[in-house]
Write a protein that binds this ligand. Structure first.
Ligand code: SAH
Length: 213
């Protein structure tokens, strides 16, 4: 795994930046120290990996802004052994953070080339999800449900029903809801038929689409 003192220095600066923005969970900050984010973007731009900004990856997609990854992870309240479904593997960085925190991660990506590339990186740095799946995440994965937590990293106009159904009672879903701008939303399944919602700030994600290619 390629790393350098300069990149480690940039990682530490990023962590200070996240602390200033209110991220105070020690485990999440440690994940940002240990997971080499520069390996998830194009080599020529490795120093951009530690700016607190989203960055383009292949196929017109983006690696989420570090703060967004940290905040979604914070809202999920990840515990060791949690069974977590992620929709939108993208670069794989968010999956790596969840695996680092001890979760059993099932991650779905609709674009084959991103599915392949992220799977290889996660394997190389030994932060492997239980399953990397190439499919339309709107369906979730019935055969591995129910999940303790579900994280969606693409914008949805409404929470997909299939995903709500695959959440355990007392389980949590973190999902950006909206069209051009999304409200980060935390949904808790308080009983079989009852879901509670809380919203937090505005974000911009690429849209959650259907079909795979
Ligand atoms: N978690 C990612 C963020 C990637 S951006 C990261 O840390 O880099 C969102 C990703 O969601 C894109 O890769 C996009 O292809 C994917 N996506 C969009 N709609 C999807 C769907 N229906 N099913 C699975 N993945 C989807």
């Amino acid at each position: 795994m390629y790393d350098s003192p300069k990149l480690l220095g940039l990682r530490k600066e990023l962590i200070n930046n996240l602390i200033k923005k209110g991220i105070n969970n020690k485990n999440i900050l440690e994940a940002f120290l240990k997971v080499p984010r520069h390996l998830f973007i194009h080599k020529d731009f490795e120093s951009f990996a530690y700016k607190d900004e989203a960055f383009p990856i292949d196929e017109n997609q983006t690696i989420s802004q570090p703060f967004t990854v940290a905040f979604q992870t914070h809202l999920l309240n990840v515990k060791k052994g949690d069974k977590i479904l992620e929709i939108g593997t993208g670069s794989g960085f968010q999956s790596a953070v969840l695996v680092f925190l001890g979760a059993d991660v099932y991650t779905i990506e609709r674009i084959y080339s991103l599915y392949k590339k992220s799977k290889k990186i996660l394997h190389d740095i030994k932060l492997m999800p239980k399953k990397n799946i190439w499919d339309d995440g709107n369906k979730g994965i019935e055969e591995f449900s129910p999940f303790d937590k579900i994280i969606i990293t693409a914008a949805c106009e409404t929470p997909p029903n299939n995903l709500l159904k695959q959440l355990k009672v007392n389980g949590k879903m973190v999902i950006p809801i909206g069209k051009l701008v999304q409200k980060m939303t935390l949904i808790t399944r308080v009983s079989v038929n009852k879901f509670e919602k809380r919203t937090f700030g505005d974000y911009r994600f690429v849209p959650m689409l259907k079909n795979k290619y």
